[in-house]
Design a protein around this ligand. Structure first.
Ligand code: HEM
Length: 332
């Protein structure tokens, strides 16, 4: 009996020590408190309201679909998926995440979330969190632009804190190399496999010239196809002489399709960012890139799984989390 107890204690000590080594999101297991269909008995129309709002916007402006998928990423990587990215500056806090360099002025889709929240508040006041609206909107955008269908667990609560410095520190800049990207993703409980799968989102949407002109001037980066670089120079003048920051599609071949074209662009050195190119710099990640160029369905499946995994990062399912309302722009 005594030895059984000591074995149990030893096991507990090991389990606790092991948990401490894991990233927060995995160690706490908080993501597992989410569930598919969480709103079924709380607000039956919740998911369909988000879906119809997103589809009406994305059908008119496909670019907003890219904005919503990126918004999900930028929300989840900073304090977890808690809608902190949606908070507007106030006199008490004038430096919220949405004003940070990675988000301002490029992050878009806020009007879609506002519209969905307004409808949801009419249908069931104070029930559906803004964090879940972002997650559902990203799922719907993935379907509309990529025919990628997946179920996303819900039940997230909204956070009350938003800080622009945290956004700067937790979101990867386009000049990161693979080691830096992998390290950052690891802090969120995501691995290199997830990194490669999620990067496929760069097959839609746009980029401002300022995100990659360092690869064009004074000389075209040797890690970029030289003809591609020359054509980008025509669209994006040297920042020294530029009067405004133009935009270009991320994927010139199928700009509004969330598909495997991104990986073909990476291989042909015609993706915009150094971070995109860096996926070729390990045999493991470059193999995965190559697989996706040949197996679009594998990409879709892996992308869907990685989006669900990203949606579990450090979620709030209890205090101090709240269901923000009547708008997603201010805490209660
Ligand atoms: C791996 C590291 C990543 C880096 C360094 C990165 C960086 C960037 C940058 C610099 C832009 C252009 C912003 C602009 O100038 O307008 C951009 C756009 C975009 N990113 Fe990423 N990103 C990364 C990962 C991701 C992930 C994981 C997702 C989503 C799953 C994502 C989705 C998007 C989308 C959809 C756009 C286009 C947005 C629009 O059209 O409004 N990115 N990214």
């Amino acid at each position: 009996m005594e030895s059984k107890t000591s074995i149990l204690i030893t096991c507990l000590i090991f389990a606790t020590a092991f948990q401490l080594l894991l990233p927060l999101s995995e160690a706490s297991g908080r993501g597992s408190e989410l569930k598919v269909g969480y709103y079924k008995d709380k607000c039956q129309k919740a998911e369909s309201i988000v879906t119809s709002t997103v589809s009406s916007y994305v059908k008119s402006y496909p670019g907003l679909g890219g904005g919503l998928i990126r918004m999900f990423f930028h929300d989840c990587f900073v304090r977890g998926c808690d809608a902190s990215v949606l908070l507007d500056p106030t006199p008490e806090n004038n430096q919220t995440e949405k004003l940070a360099i990675p988000n301002f002025p490029s992050l878009r889709g806020f009007e879609v979330i506002d519209a969905a929240k307004a409808e949801l508040e009419k249908e069931c006041k104070g029930v559906v969190s803004c964090a879940d609206i972002i997650a559902l909107a990203a799922r719907d955008a993935s379907y509309l632009l990529g025919n990628i269908f997946y179920k996303i667990p819900t039940g997230r609560l909204d956070g009350r804190v938003s800080n622009s410095t945290e956004a700067l520190l937790n979101l990867p800049p386009p000049f990161f190399n693979l080691t830096q990207l992998e390290a950052l993703f690891a802090t969120k409980g995501l691995n290199a496999f997830d990194l490669v799968a999620l990067s496929g989102a760069h097959s839609i949407g746009r980029s401002h010239c300022s995100s990659f002109t360092s690869r064009l001037y004074p000389t075209i980066d040797p890690t970029m196809d030289q003809n591609f670089g020359a054509s980008l120079r025509k669209l994006c003048p040297d920042p020294k002489n530029a009067t405004n920051d133009g935009v270009v599609p991320q994927d010139f071949v199928t700009p509004d399709k969330l598909d495997e074209q991104y990986y073909k662009n990476v291989e042909s050195l015609t993706a915009l960012f150094f971070s995109d190119w860096s996926l070729l710099t390990s045999s493991e990640t470059s193999k995965q890139v190559d697989t996706y160029t040949k197996e679009p369905e594998t990409f879709k499946q892996d992308f869907a799984n990685a989006m669900v995994k990203m949606g579990n990062i450090e979620v709030l399912t209890g205090p101090p989390g709240e269901v923000r309302g009547p708008t997603c722009r201010f805490v209660n």
